[in-house]
Design a protein around this ligand. Structure first.
Ligand SMILES: *Cc1c(COP(=O)(O)O)cnc(C)c1O
Length: 343
């Protein structure tokens, strides 16, 4: 049986969180002489809300998830780091990642001195539950899935994730950074069925806000509570909260962008497949395409010379010969395709 209490590190259970001035007095009106802030109104002279209350309300309506099931991070990268810190004792516990996967899972594990066990996806970039369970031991605390997966672009088989959620007594993370491009595949509607499920999303991709650094975690209220306890109190600054509040009220804009990108992706896929030096364009549920070329190094260098920058994934497991290409504006995509035709 999964029991959250069994997997929270002892020091974190015992820890008394920093109590901010804004925690001790919650009213928004009054004479604030409690936080050594400047009294002169610059629009930014007060500390931000550590509870992200307004943002949670908007996000709750948008995602149809209760506010107590939401936590915001300074990018999803901060959330990944917080998850390791809550559940993994440095030098003892380990996490399972499924390469080829997003690089931060490993980097954040190494930073926290947490062991990493790699269970490679198969040639269709799908995981195998049996192989995952073969690597899980008594010190395994987290399994990371990324769906749609970066760098392959595909949705991860739902049954495999379900099996791990049911049989593994640790945390199962589903990173949905690209879920806006295939919303019907989200795990959000399953949140209440699995106490060990953590979903991560970001406003860096479809929402067009990589620059403000805002990621969201959706999990049980108790998991949210423990991460809230250890997060830096003011992790989401006022500028970010302000801009995000504005943007999240304009879901139509995001949806228009998503439609444009998805339709451009379909065109790019078709054209790329006709090129004589393309071996394979992998099916993608995200805003990028993984493309296998006969000579990816030459193409990568050639594109650089044309000032077109794509991601070389040739040295990543299962991706030899592959470049990862983000879908840009129609204009940018045309420049890429034109350059490739002249290769
Ligand atoms: C881009 C990306 C993120 C984004 O992280 P932020 O820190 O929120 O910008 C997270 N996970 C995956 C798989 C990504 O590709």
């Amino acid at each position: 049986m999964f029991d959250l209490n069994n997997i929270i590190r002892e020091n974190i259970k015992k820890m008394v969180p920093y109590s901010t001035a804004r925690d001790e007095y919650k009213g928004s009106e009054g004479v604030f002489l409690d936080a050594n802030e400047s009294p002169f109104n610059t629009g930014l002279n007060r500390y931000p809300d550590p509870h992200h209350t307004e943002l949670k309300i908007i996000c709750s309506q948008l995602k149809k998830v209760q506010p107590e099931n939401i936590l915001f991070g300074n990018g999803s990268d901060e959330i990944i780091d917080l998850i390791y810190r809550v559940f993994c004792e440095p030098g003892l516990h380990n996490a399972i990642i499924l390469p080829p996967a997003y690089g931060m899972y490993k980097v954040a594990a190494q930073l926290n001195n947490v062991g990493v066990k790699e269970v490679c996806l198969n040639e269709n970039f799908q995981p195998d539950a049996e192989k995952i369970f073969a690597e899980i031991n008594e010190n395994t605390r987290i399994v990371f899935f990324c769906s749609p997966n970066n760098p392959s672009g595909n949705i991860i088989n739902k049954e495999v994730i379900k099996t791990v959620l049911k049989k593994f007594n640790g945390i199962v993370v589903v990173d949905e950074a690209y879920i806006d491009f295939c919303e019907e595949h989200t795990w959000l509607k399953e949140l209440n069925n699995y106490p060990n499920l953590i979903i991560i999303q970001t406003f860096s991709k479809a929402w067009g806000m990589a620059g403000i650094r805002l990621g969201a975690m959706f999990a049980s209220a108790s998991v949210v509570e423990v991460l809230h306890k250890i997060k830096p109190p003011y992790n989401i600054n006022i500028l970010t909260q302000r801009v995000a509040l504005q943007a999240l009220q304009n879901k139509n804009q995001k949806e228009t962008w998503v439609k444009a990108i998805v339709s451009q992706k379909v065109i790019m896929q078709k054209v790329l497949e006709t090129l004589p030096f393309t071996e394979k364009v992998y099916p993608s549920d995200a805003n990028f395409l993984l493309v296998k070329f006969l000579d990816s190094e030459k193409i990568f260098t050639y594109l650089l010379e044309q000032k077109i920058i794509v991601r070389n994934r040739s040295n990543v497991q299962l991706c030899s010969g592959c470049l990862r290409i983000s879908v840009g504006t129609m204009d940018e995509n045309l420049k890429l395709l034109e350059a490739l035709k002249n290769f």
